[in-house]
Design a protein around this ligand. Structure first.
Ligand SMILES: Cc1cc2nc3c(=O)[nH]c(=O)nc-3n(C[C@H](O)[C@H](O)[C@H](O)COP(=O)(O)O)c2cc1C
Length: 193
C-alpha cells in the first residue's frame, strides 16, 4: 500500500497548520484507493547536533527516518515565521537530510508537496518557495502542483481541529490529487498491470 508521510511545521496545540494536515489526512482517507498515512511529530527531533548524530541519534529520530525512508510521498504544511519556515521544521529537515546509518537521506528522490497556513489573508504563501528550496536542496522531488496557501486559517479551524470551508477543502483535495497522481505515475508498469 502506498505510504504518505504528513508533517505540520508547527508544534502548538491549536495550530492552523496541524488543522490543514488533519484535513489532508481526512481527504486521503476518503479516497477510493487505500494509503498508509503517518504523521511525524516535530517534537521527536532534538536540536540538530552532529555530536548526537555521531552517537547514533535517538530512537525517535531513527523511527522518523524509517518512516520517511519507507514513504512514497511527503506533504508538509508550513507556518511562516518572519517569512521563513519554523525552526522546528527546518531542524527536522536537517536531520532527515542525513543518512542516519543508511546509505542516503530518506528525502533523496522522495516526492514532496508543500502547503502553508496562517491567520493572515495570504496564508503564509511567501514561505512556500523557501520550503520547496530546502526540500530540493535535500534531494526531494518537489511535486509541481497549484500553490495552496490557507489564509484566515485560525478562524477556519473548527474545534475538532480541521478545516471544513469548502473552497479550502477543494484546494487541498487538488493538492492530494496531485500527490496521489504522482505516486500512481511512479508505479512501475509491471506493478500497475
Ligand atoms: C515569530 C513569528 C513570526 C511570524 N511571521 C509571520 C509571517 O511572516 N507571515 C505570516 O503570515 N504569519 C506570521 N506569523 C503568524 C503565524 O502565521 C501564526 O502564529 C500562525 O498561527 C502559526 O502557525 P500555526 O497556527 O500552525 O501554529 C508569525 C508568528 C510568529 C510567532
Amino acid at each position: 500500500m502506498p505510504k504518505i508521510v504528513l508533517v505540520s511545521g508547527s508544534i502548538r496545540r491549536e495550530s492552523a497548520n496541524t488543522a490543514v494536515i488533519a484535513t489532508i489526512r481526512r481527504l486521503i482517507e476518503q479516497r477510493d484507493e487505500q494509503y498508509e498515512i503517518t504523521e511525524l511529530s516535530l517534537r521527536d527531533f532534538p536540536f540538530f547536533d552532529e555530536d548526537l548524530e555521531s552517537a547514533g541519534g535517538t530512537p525517535e529520530l531513527l523511527a522518523a527516518h524509517a518512516e520517511v525512508a519507507s514513504a512514497d510521498a511527503l506533504i508538509i504544511s508550513s507556518p511562516a515565521y518572519n517569512g521563513y519556515p519554523s525552526g522546528v521544521l527546518k531542524n527536522a529537515l536537517d536531520w532527515l537530510s542525513r543518512p542516519a546509518g543508511a546509505d542516503r537521506s530518506p528525502l533523496e528522490g522522495l516526492p514532496a508537496a508543500v502547503v502553508s497556513a496562517s491567520p493572515g489573508q495570504a496564508g503564509g504563501e511567501n514561505v512556500q518557495p523557501h520550503v520547496r528550496q530546502i526540500l530540493t536542496n535535500c534531494g526531494a522531488k518537489v511535486i509541481d502542483s497549484e500553490q495552496v496557501a490557507v489564509g484566515n486559517a485560525l478562524e477556519l479551524r473548527t474545534p475538532e481541529g480541521v478545516i471544513t470551508e469548502p473552497a479550502v477543502v477543494s484546494a487541498l483535495a487538488g493538492l492530494v490529487d496531485a500527490v496521489t497522481g504522482h505516486i500512481g505515475a511512479a508505479v512501475p508498469q509491471e506493478a500497475a498491470a
